[in-house]
Design a protein around this ligand. Structure first.
Ligand SMILES: Nc1ncnc2c1ncn2[C@@H]1O[C@H](COP(=O)(O)OP(=O)(O)OP(=O)(O)O)[C@@H](O)[C@H]1O
Length: 592
């Protein structure tokens, strides 16, 4: 069964790798330096406000209440109110600036990753399935958001708050500070255990969420098959099982947090009680004032929250670093197909010179020793048994991959030395099923050459004889194709695909003939469009229909990754080999 998620090594990074990833993330944030520093200034301001409060309270109690000076008391109250308002406003501002920097960075990262993915060759998409890429672009980038927006802010605020609070406490009374710090060793030990346990619990939750999503996705998209075999009960049983284990992992993770946060709070209360008790004794001896004790207690309560936050932050950093690491792996993948320096000539012979090919991430060669020369304007059909390597030859001829050995050239220029712009202009691949994007028919054709004028667009549609057909639609070529072209018939979708190629007007056309059958009426229109498109161009077609093969000048039979026969229809029939067999099988299966 399909599984996603899972704890793999990528989910856990050692501290060296974590540091490396974080340093790189910080470097990426350089353009947002100003916004980040502004946010940090507000962090400092709001934290200072938080810490000044207790100091003002002490002043009010000792000099205003105990000293019986009303003016001092009034001033203390006013000062306290001002500090609270300033801290509040600063806290809002810090939130705005941090989010501005965070969202800016995320936007830049999303665009950069998307752009990088768009430039990759087919080999990249063999390695990464679209589901994985989408999760990199969404979940992993979100996890970075958490780190940037909360992690950074919390870390700076917590470190700042803890250090200043400790300094202030020391200044107020070193004896009370020592007493309050008695609980610190317990907190440190508990924090370390919490970090370990909660990280492990987080990884389990993450894995089970992934499993649960996979169950859900299969259950919904496969519901027809499930119902056809009356397996609803079994599916639900599996889903119940997966939810139960997800529930357990959540409960465990909450238990881990509960005891830790409970303990830290209890330690806070204990330290406060100690401070009040011992503070009272010290006050009796005249060593500290009441105001100092109250300020101390207030500072203590401000101290424990950031301690909790710092422990949680550890997990955020860990999971974000793991997510970022995966994202960086993608950003570091150099496109296999690199730009060359020579423009391909407008016409020329296509020469395949002794090529061999092994798909990336596999080790069995699928092609070996294939050599072919296709003359300018010639039509070559590639035929052979399923899985023989026909489509692979076609993909190499259009440089969707580079051959592992040997070379392919057009008009004497090795495709590897050609500029990508000239390559995509001279050699166009028409896939079996051309993808249609949301938008109109015209928009979809224009994708092939965004700069094309309306007249050029209509000329391209007209050149393959499709203009008339589309103009019969209510909105003509401006008709919306809807999602993936659902408004159009299969044949019409193929016409759009062919019109794209006509708009580019390439020297070489590489066609992967659709295997699906169209109704005879549409079939004739598509075939006519194909004929017109092939006219005057070098065409290589992975052929599945006898009619297409018969229209070719020569036929290349690929079998077991090798070129086994090459010649015209008549020559190959005379040869009496594989093609002759195929052709007679085809002939006898045709309706009489
Ligand atoms: N992306 C890929 N990664 C790994 N192996 C692949 C990939 N694409 C194809 N193959 C393998 O390469 C071999 C040749 O495939 P290819 O698609 O070229 O065959 P074909 O002759 O066009 O077959 P068909 O007529 O069924 O389309 C097959 O064994 C196939 O399993």
């Amino acid at each position: 069964m399909f599984r996603m998620g899972g704890i793999d090594d990528d989910d856990k990074l050692d501290s060296e790798a974590t540091k490396r990833v974080l340093r790189r993330a910080i470097r990426m944030g350089a353009p947002f330096k100003k916004t980040v520093f502004t946010a940090l200034a507000f962090v400092a301001l709001s934290t200072t406000g938080l810490l000044l409060g207790p100091v003002i309270v002490r002043y009010g109690i000792d000099n205003g209440i105990d000293g019986g000076d009303r003016d001092v008391l009034r001033n203390a109250v006013i000062a306290y109110a001002i500090v609270v308002v300033v801290a509040y406003v600063a806290a809002r501002q810090q939130y705005i600036f941090v989010n501005r920097a965070g969202e800016g960075l995320l936007q830049a990262l999303r665009v950069r990753t998307f752009d990088h993915i768009q430039k990759q060759s087919l080999a990249f998409f063999d390695r990464y399935q679209s589901g994985v890429l989408i999760s990199r672009m969404t979940a992993d980038i979100e996890s970075m958001a958490e780190l940037v927006q909360w992690g950074l802010l919390q870390f700076v605020a917590a470190v700042f708050l803890i250090s200043i609070a400790l300094l202030l406490m020391l200044a107020l009374s070193w004896e009370l500070t020592l007493v309050a710090l008695l609980v610190m060793p317990i907190i440190i030990i508990a924090s370390r255990k919490f970090q370990r346990d909660s990280n492990a619990a987080y990884l389990v939750v993450r894995e089970r969420v992934g499993q649960n999503l996979a169950e859900l996705q299969e259950g919904i998209s496969g519901v027809r098959v499930i119902q056809a075999y009356a397996q609803e009960g079994e599916q639900t049983r599996q889903f119940v099982e997966s939810n139960r284990s997800l529930y357990k992992s959540h409960v465990h993770s909450i238990r881990v947090s509960t005891w830790y946060f409970g303990l830290v709070e209890a330690m806070g209360v204990f330290a406060t009680a100690l401070a009040i008790g011992i503070g009272g004794w010290l006050e009796n001896r005249g060593d500290v004032s009441v105001g100092t004790i109250v300020a101390f207690v207030l500072l203590l309560s401000a101290l424990f929250e950031p301690v909790q936050q710092l422990s949680q932050l550890y997990n955020t950093v860990q999971s974000s670093a793991a997510a970022l690491n995966k994202l960086f792996t993608i950003l570091d993948t150099e496109p296999d197909i690199q730009d060359g320096t020579h423009d391909l000539p407008h016409r020329g012979e296509l020469v395949v010179d002794d090529i061999g090919f092994t798909y990336p991430a596999t080790d069995t060669p699928v092609l070996g020793g294939v050599s072919l020369r296709v003359a300018d304007g010639e039509r070559l059909a590639l035929v052979g048994p399923t899985g023989a390597g026909k489509s692979t030859v076609a993909k190499l001829m259009a440089r969707l991959y580079d051959p592992t050995v040997g070379s392919i050239s057009l008009g004497g220029i090795d495709l590897r030395d050609a500029t990508l712009d000239s390559l995509r202009e001279r050699i166009v691949v028409v896939p079996q099923e051309g993808f249609l994007f949301g938008g109109s028919i015209a928009d979809n054709v224009r994708i092939a050459r965004p700069g094309a004028t309306d007249a050029e667009l209509r000329a391209a549609l007209d050149a393959i004889g499709a203009l008339e057909r589309f103009e019969e639609f209510e909105d003509g070529i401006d008709t919306e194709v809807r999602e993936r072209g659902s408004r159009l018939s299969a044949g019409e979708r193929q016409l759009v695909s062919l019109a794209r190629a006509a708009l580019v007007d390439p020297a070489v056309l590489v066609l992967d003939e659709a295997t699906s059958n169209l109704d005879p009426g549409t079939e004739v229109i598509v075939e006519r469009a194909l004929d017109r498109l092939m006219n005057g161009r070098t065409t290589i077609v992975v052929a599945h229909r006898l009619s297409t093969i018969k229209r070719a000048d020569r036929i290349a039979v690929i079998s077991g990754g090798r070129l086994t026969e090459l010649g015209s229809h008549d020559e190959l029939v005379d040869l009496g080999g594989h093609y002759a067999e195929l052709s007679s099988a085809w002939e006898s299966s045709l309706p009489r």
